[in-house]
Design a protein around this ligand. Structure first.
Ligand SMILES: Cc1cc2nc3c(=O)[nH]c(=O)nc-3n(C[C@H](O)[C@H](O)[C@H](O)COP(=O)(O)OP(=O)(O)OC[C@H]3O[C@@H](n4cnc5c(N)ncnc54)[C@H](O)[C@@H]3O)c2cc1C
Length: 288
């Protein structure tokens, strides 16, 4: 396999390379933990790799209402920032589950989102947090909720010539992520569930999302409706778990059968709601 490696220093240069009309595309390269394997196994065959390493995309901006994660910030750097621990505990729980420490020194949130694996550990928390992606091209920037960005497994709304620049993540009151996999590290989650508490939103203050579902990681809106209050009752949690098992679609694969995944979803949803409720109770009341 032969390909060129480009390392542009400016976005203009990068867009020139991405816009090239060729039979085989030029693909952005972030950490390479997915793309290089995909090339080795013949699932991708680009004419060139456009390294993002010299572009100013490895940033982290902490604003009053949100945290903006640059697309190429290594996950390992992200998980060590105290602001992430304090304000995005559910996301942090998920980031720490990606692969291994070695892998996270290279892997990025941008790569995880564009890859759009159905069992990604980052998609459920980002969905529950109502995160938005910022996509940049020669024409300018556009922003999409993660929910719209994900079209299906392995497919997103990213257009040719676009680079995912950053992810805007509103800080919730509290949140949590729980998952199940066959071994603790370097394994793919069978099911992952994230919830976040946004008391100021209209309707249910809860956002619920699951990974390992079909056709891709998804938000469970009907499940959220079973959780009408910040402090749900036992009966409401039970109803939400039953609704989630009905609302989510699963299929069997080599990691788990459909019924087992449905069972996991119920168990993990209960655990995320209880953990989030506990976190919320420990915070001062005035925090949004
Ligand atoms: C051993 C192993 C264990 C793993 N474990 C987990 C796990 O537990 N949980 C999990 O969720 N994932 C896991 N993964 C999958 C993968 O490592 C992650 O999804 C990672 O976050 C991908 O990021 P990356 O920067 O390496 O992406 P890359 O491999 O660089 O890129 C992936 C895709 O995204 C595109 N891309 C990357 N960045 C951009 C950008 N800014 N703009 C436009 N396109 C872009 C690339 O062209 C490519 O198509 C694992 C992988 C391996 C090899």
């Amino acid at each position: 396999m032969s390909f060129a490696l480009y390392r542009p220093r400016t976005f203009e240069e990068a867009f020139d390379l991405l816009d090239r009309e060729a039979e085989r595309p030029v693909l952005p390269l972030a950490g390479g933990t997915d793309l290089l394997l995909a090339m080795e196994f013949g699932r991708q065959n680009p004419s060139g790799l456009l390294s993002l390493s010299r572009l100013p995309l490895d940033t982290l901006e902490v604003l009053p209402d949100e945290i903006v994660v640059g697309a190429t910030l290594p996950l390992r750097t992200l998980e060590r920032r105290p602001e992430v621990e304090a304000r995005l505990p559910g996301l942090l729980e998920a980031v720490r589950e990606v692969g291994s420490v070695q892998l996270r020194h290279r892997a990025t949130m941008g790569g995880n989102l564009v890859r759009a694996a159905p069992a990604s550990d980052l998609l459920p928390p980002l969905l529950s947090l109502s995160a938005r992606v910022v996509l940049r091209s020669r024409e300018g920037r556009r922003e999409l909720p993660v929910e719209q960005f994900l079209r299906a497994s392995w497919t997103t709304e990213l257009r040719r010539g676009e680079i995912l620049e950053a992810v805007r993540i509103p800080a919730p009151r509290a949140g949590a992520y729980r998952w199940q996999r066959v071994r603790p590290a370097n394994a793919i989650s069978q099911v992952g569930v994230a919830v976040a508490l946004h008391p100021s939103s209209s309707g249910s203050p809860w956002r619920v999302a699951a990974g390992g579902t079909e056709p891709t990681a998804s938000r469970l809106v009907r499940t959220e409706a079973e959780l009408p209050a910040v402090d749900p009752s036992e009966a409401e949690i039970e109803a939400a778990c039953a609704r989630a098992a009905e609302e989510a679609s699963f299929r069997a694969d080599l990691r788990a059968g459909e019924d087992y995944r449905r069972h996991l979803l119920k168990v993990l949803l209960r655990r995320t709601v209880e953990a989030t409720r506990e976190r919320s109770r420990r915070l001062p009341l005035e925090r949004p």
